[in-house]
Every structure is written in structure tokens, then in C-alpha cells.
Design a protein around this ligand. Structure first.
Ligand code: ASP
Length: 323
């Protein structure tokens, strides 16, 4: 074990997933292999795996896909779930994240899935609660389960799915993934830009300077900036579109007409072989046109299905069960 991995292991409960940076490629491969095993299992057998276990979903920010898929994942495994949202709990009265975590633990929660608007919140909760914590998006920092489901979606598409098994550092060799839009505020872009190059992909970030600062190319080896969307598309096998995160713009002005002209993904600029992805929520008519979102190259709904499958495995891993 490296010194960093040892430090991580002593600070956070085993099974936590706080950041893709903490995952080795072998662990990524293990999670994806477990995802497939659990997917192939009979529903009756799967529903016994976490029978009697308690999972808390703690959501300080809105969510549709992530929250529902974690909840349905826990239920498919037989676990009991409870949802705490900032709108209807003591969080509204000013209770701290630490105290909320300790309260959930005292009530018997064995794992907490956290979405929070502050970067670093998941690590803080994991340190203070000592429970396994799954980061379901923390501010502008990371969204590790999204990066894993995106990876699984890509692996199902490249080479007709031939690279799906035995995931290793070369699984995405030769694959260029263009990520276009509001990179600055996107935890999805960050997690993907850190994960995909470790499997051999090249990530091309695309967007205007206000939403894609120059420093973003330093997110890691294998990450570069290409401001011309058409040039990025010509090189890519996969394009991931991101919405403009209005809730985080904080005074930043974006000329929407100009943005649509330069960066909207519409049929006329989409090369025939490129797979289209989007973590959702999509703002149709802004970053993506209807004909592309609903078109034959779209893997957007598939991403949602992979999300459920991957989150089932992450919960099993978090609760320390061998499946
Ligand atoms: N659903 C993703 C997230 O929570 C992307 C987005 O909100 O635009 O980060």
C-alpha cells in the first residue's frame, strides 16, 4: 500500500467512495466486474444481499437521476433507505453536516450517500461519521459514481463492447472523449477528466474561456483544451455535453446566442460515428438540440441504466459484502 493509500484507509471507512483520485485502476476494474456479476444475478438473490441493512440518503442539493438510482439500487439489494433533504429536516434549522451525520449514525445508518453544494463535504462527513460515505456530488469537486457509469457506458460502445471486460490501463487506448460546456463548474467533467486518461483515453475539454479556464488542462496527463468544438468533434469517438450551471455562475455573464452558435451539439455538426453522452439534466435547445438528444447516436438513457447498475455495486462494496 502506498503512503497516500494508507493515510486514506486510516481516515475513511472502507468502502467509501469520495473521489476517483482515490481509486486504483484495479479497484475500478473490480467495481465494474462486480457490477456485471450483480446485474446477472436473479432479482430474488440480489434482494437478499443487503437485507436488514440501513442506508441513508442525505441530499443538500436537488437531484433526479443520482438520488433515484441510489435509492432504487439500495432497495433492489433489500436495504432499508431513508431520505433526508435540506428542505424538510433540521438542516433547515442550521444543524451542521457533522451533527447530521452523527445523528444518522446513532439512528443506525450504516452508510451515507451524500450530495452537497460544498466541495469537500463528502470527505468531512466520512471523517466525522466514520461511516462509509458515497459522494453523490460535492460542489464543484467530484461526482465519482457518475464517472464510473460514464466509463461503463463508453466501454459498452467502443469496439462494439469488446473492451468491456478485464478493464485495465489500456482499455480506452486510442479513444478521444470530448467534454463540452461548463467545465468550470462541473464535478462530472472533473471526475471524468481524472479517471478516463488512466484507462488510456485522451480527454479534450471544450468551451469558452469563461467556462473553461486555461488551468483546466492541468487536471492531469491526457487532458487538453480544444476551444473549437467542430475540431474537437472531428477527433472524438465520444462527446459528453454539459449544461451551463446557472446556480453556480455567480455574476458570470454568458452570451447565450453566441454560446449556442459555437457550442450547441446539433445534427449538422455531429460526425456519424460519435457517441453522444450527457449526465443530465439536459437543457434542450441550449447545449443540445432535440434531434441529437433523441437521435440514434445518443447513449443518454443508457447512461441512466448504467448508473443504477454501478450504484448497486458501490452499495455492496460500501457495506463490505462480497458479491
Ligand atoms: N447531474 C450532474 C451533477 O449533479 C450534472 C449537472 O447537474 O449538470 O453534477
Amino acid at each position: 500500500m502506498t503512503a497516500a493509500a494508507e493515510r486514506y484507509a486510516t481516515q475513511y471507512a472502507e468502502g467509501s467512495l469520495l473521489s476517483v483520485a482515490h481509486l486504483t485502476v484495479a479497484e475500478v476494474a473490480g467495481i465494474l466486474a462486480m457490477t456485471t456479476r450483480l446485474e446477472q444475478m436473479s432479482p430474488a438473490k440480489r434482494s437478499q444481499i443487503l437485507a436488514g441493512r440501513r442506508v441513508a440518503l442525505l441530499f443538500y442539493e436537488s437531484s433526479t437521476r443520482t438520488r433515484t438510482s441510489f435509492e432504487l439500487a439500495a432497495k433492489q439489494l433489500g436495504a432499508t433507505t431513508t431520505l433526508i433533504s435540506d428542505k424538510s429536516s433540521s438542516i433547515e434549522k442550521g444543524e451542521s453536516l457533522k451533527d447530521t451525520g452523527l445523528t444518522l449514525r446513532a439512528l443506525g445508518a450504516e452508510c451515507i450517500i451524500l450530495r452537497h453544494n460544498a466541495s469537500g463535504a463528502a470527505s468531512l462527513l466520512a471523517k466525522t461519521s466514520k461511516l462509509p460515505v458515497l459522494n453523490a456530488g460535492d460542489g464543484m469537486h467530484e461526482h465519482p459514481s457518475q464517472a464510473l457509469l460514464d466509463l461503463r457506458t463508453m466501454l459498452a460502445h467502443v469496439d462494439g463492447g469488446r473492451r468491456k471486460t478485464d478493464v485495465n490501463t489500456r482499455s480506452l487506448d486510442g479513444i478521444v472523449v470530448a467534454i463540452c460546456g461548463d467545465i468550470l463548474h462541473s464535478r462530472v467533467a472533473r471526475s471524468n477528466a481524472m479517471l478516463l486518461p488512466r484507462l488510456g483515453a485522451k480527454v479534450l475539454l471544450c468551451g469558452p474561456p469563461a467556462l473553461l479556464p486555461e488551468w483546466a488542462s492541468g487536471l492531469g496527463p491526457g487532458v487538453a483544451i480544444e476551444r473549437d468544438f467542430d475540431r474537437a468533434l472531428q477527433q472524438a469517438q465520444v462527446v459528453m455535453m454539459l449544461r451551463i450551471q446557472k446556480e453556480r455562475l455567480a455574476g458570470l455573464e454568458v452570451d447565450l446566442a453566441d454560446y449556442v452558435e459555437r457550442y450547441q451539439l446539433r445534427a449538422e455538426r455531429l460526425p456519424a460515428s460519435v457517441v453522444v453522452m450527457h449526465p443530465g439534466p439536459m437543457i434542450r435547445g441550449l447545449e443540445i438540440a432535440d434531434e441529437v438528444a433523441d437521435g440514434p447516436q445518443s447513449a443518454i438513457e443508457e447512461q441512466v441504466s448504467h448508473g443504477l447498475a454501478v450504484r448497486i455495486a458501490l452499495l455492496v462494496r460500501a457495506l463490505g459484502v462480497h458479491a
